[in-house]
Ligand binder design. Structure first.
Ligand code: DAT
Length: 171
């Protein structure tokens, strides 16, 4: 199958706290299928430990890639995949990647208000945003022409969803 036939996945990535879950829920309400990478990892037991210092599960990338590929082969429609490590999705399936961005001060506030994270985990995430970590990880996998950054700092979630839908409708 050609890349064009396979590419029906829209990735939604970004540092924790930028709004991936919020946007995914709105997309689901509008009838779009959205697949959460973390839930998939946990449901299929695709991790082999827990990194206490980073407060996150340790994944087996090769096993996860193979499992996603198998799942996608059975899924014929347009599909959003959400997760801050979504660059792990085999790139022949990817049509676009949206990287949600947020000003560090606003991200810090969002994480402090809504997450039960330690101070160091909040700062680790704020630093990751400052250092463009999700963007760079995506750029290592996908041509820049397929990566779209969306600044969420001053936009309400509904507007962000409108921008995403408008962009994907143009193709
Ligand atoms: P993520 O899934 O990327 O970790 P989230 O959707 O859980 O992020 O959002 C973190 C918090 O920020 C949550 O309380 C909702 C809020 N939030 C998300 N998007 C926002 C936006 N565009 N404007 C204001 N608050 C937002």
């Amino acid at each position: 199958m050609s890349r064009k036939q396979l590419s029906r996945v829209i990735l939604l990535s970004g540092t924790p706290g930028v709004g991936k879950t919020t946007i995914s829920n709105l997309l689901r309400l509008k009838g779009y299928p959205v697949f959460n990478l973390n839930d998939f990892i946990i449901k299929h037991g695709l991790y082999f430990g827990y990194d206490h210092s980073r407060e996150s599960v340790i994944i087996d990338e090769n096993v996860l890639k193979a499992k996603i590929e198998k799942e996608l082969e059975q899924f014929p429609e347009l599909l959003f995949i959400e997760g801050h490590t979504s660059e792990i999705v085999p790139m022949e399936f990817v049509k676009f990647a949206f990287i949600l961005r947020c000003k560090p001060s606003i991200l810090r506030e969002r994480l402090s208000l809504t997450r039960d994270y330690s101070h160091s985990k909040i700062e680790e995430n704020v630093q990751a945003e400052i250092m463009d970590e999700c963007l760079i990880a995506m750029q290592e996998q996908l041509p820049s022409s397929l990566i779209l950054e969306l600044n969420t700092s001053d936009l309400i979630p509904e507007n962000i969803v409108e921008q995403i839908i408008s962009r994907i409708s143009k193709t």
